[in-house]
Structure formats: structure tokens, C-alpha cells
Design a protein around this ligand. Structure first.
Ligand code: NI
Ligand code: MN
Length: 223
């Protein structure tokens, strides 16, 4: 089960694991619950920006969740006493929930105080025989062809424009990734990233063989 928490945040319930990706909860106008309501076993972070790190510290401090991210973000949280698992772009590791790999993303990754947050990343999860790609914050880039070389069941792509690719480039990304299903993310949270996800859905379904699922915060889908 995968629940969309608004912006780029997801909650995945996989057997005994409960995973949060980019848990931006308390500052998120679409939040459907409080940060205190989540009890993850794992938190996966794509990059250090505040709208992705979100409530990681508070949630992981309370629950002991393992924080998985790049070397710099992992060490930032280790210094604050959290349990961490550092990884690098292109690396994979098999966790109890399945195999996680980090991909490149074209973006930046500083913490709110300006300190260095390593390289931004996308996330590939191989879970229960399905392959999921969460692009993080990124521009369109042609190496998405490599990510799509093995079939993708479900992709989460930013469409908000301004800080990431917009809907036209996300449509182009689908030609590289060829996922069975796509969910648009990272839009309408702030004034600078206003987009109509239904317009995107129409374009996707008129131009590709991917089906587009517009999720409202709180909606869930099966893998
Ligand atoms: Ni960002
Ligand atoms: Mn962002």
C-alpha cells in the first residue's frame, strides 16, 4: 500500500516495514495527519531541502526509524543522534522491505541553514517484484533512459515547474521511463509551483501508453 501525503511525501506499508519518503508534514498545507501520527521503521530522503527533510528529525527521534539518504544527509542526522544508513548515487542495498537504489537527479541539496546536503537523488525501490521510481526534485535528463531500461511499474514525477521539471518535461520523461503508471507530485504546494494535474493526465494518456493517477493527499494505491 502506498499513501500520498501531499507534495513529494509518501508512506509505504510493505509487510512489517513502514516507510516514509520525504516526510514534509508539519509545513505541508496538504498534510492529512500530524507528524506525531506516523511511526515509520524507515525514512528515505531524496535531498536536504526543507520541503523533503520535513519532520525527519522529530519523527526519527521518537520512533528510532532508520534514516536512509546520501552520505552528507545521513551524517548530518547521525550527529543529532539518529539511526542512519548512508548510501551513494548508483548504489543499491537490500533492506527488509526490498532493494533500494539511489539515482542521479538534477537539482541542488542544501540544508535550510545553507550547509552542504550532498547530491540530490531519485529513489528506485524493488518491492514484491515491482519497481517504483520516485524522481525526487529534478530536471528532465536523458539518463532517465537508463532508469527506464528495466521496466518501471509506478513512477512519481514532479510536475510543478520553477524548481523542477514542469508538466511538458515530465511528459518527455515518460518517453524515457515508460512506466505502467505515473503519479504527478511536487505541485500546488506553493504559489510558484501551481499546475493542473488533470491537464497533465490528459496529455499523458493522449500521448503515451502510461496511465496517470492523480492522487489527493491521503489517497492510497496498491503496488
Ligand atoms: Ni528541492
Ligand atoms: Mn522540493
Amino acid at each position: 500500500m502506498i499513501k500520498y501525503l501531499g507534495h513529494s511525501a509518501l508512506e509505504l506499508k510493505i509487510a512489517a516495514s513502514n516507510i516514509l519518503i520525504d516526510p514534509f508534514i508539519s509545513g505541508n498545507p496538504f498534510a492529512v495527519a500530524k507528524a506525531d501520527d506516523y511511526s515509520p521503521s524507515h525514512i528515505i530522503l531524496s535531498h536536504a531541502h526543507g520541503d523533503h527533510i520535513g519532520d525527519t528529525y522529530e519523527i526519527a527521534k521518537r520512533t528510532g526509524a532508520l534514516v536512509i539518504s546520501n552520505f552528507e544527509i545521513a551524517n548530518h542526522f547521525a550527529a543529532q543522534g539518529l539511526n542512519i544508513h548512508p548510501m551513494g548515487i548508483g548504489g543499491s542495498y537490500t533492506f527488509p522491505f526490498g532493494k533500494l537504489s539511489f539515482t542521479p537527479a538534477w537539482h541542488s541539496s542544501s540544508f535550510d541553514d545553507g550547509s552542504y546536503g550532498g547530491m540530490p537523488m531519485g529513489i528506485v525501490l524493488e518491492i514484491e517484484g515491482k519497481r517504483i521510481y520516485h524522481a525526487g526534485d529534478t530536471a528532465l535528463f536523458s539518463d532517465m533512459i537508463l532508469i527506464g531500461a528495466k521496466s518501471i511499474d509506478l513512477a512519481f514525477l514532479p510536475i510543478g515547474d520553477n524548481f523542477t521539471m514542469g508538466s511538458d518535461d515530465a511528459l518527455e520523461a515518460l518517453r524515457f521511463l515508460k512506466p505502467k503508471r505515473v503519479v504527478p507530485i511536487h505541485y500546488n504546494t506553493f504559489d510558484l509551483i501551481k499546475q493542473d494535474p488533470y491537464e497533465f493526465k490528459e496529455k499523458v494518456e493522449a500521448n503515451t501508453s502510461t496511465s496517470c493517477i492523480v492522487m489527493q493527499a491521503g489517497d492510497s494505491i496498491d503496488l
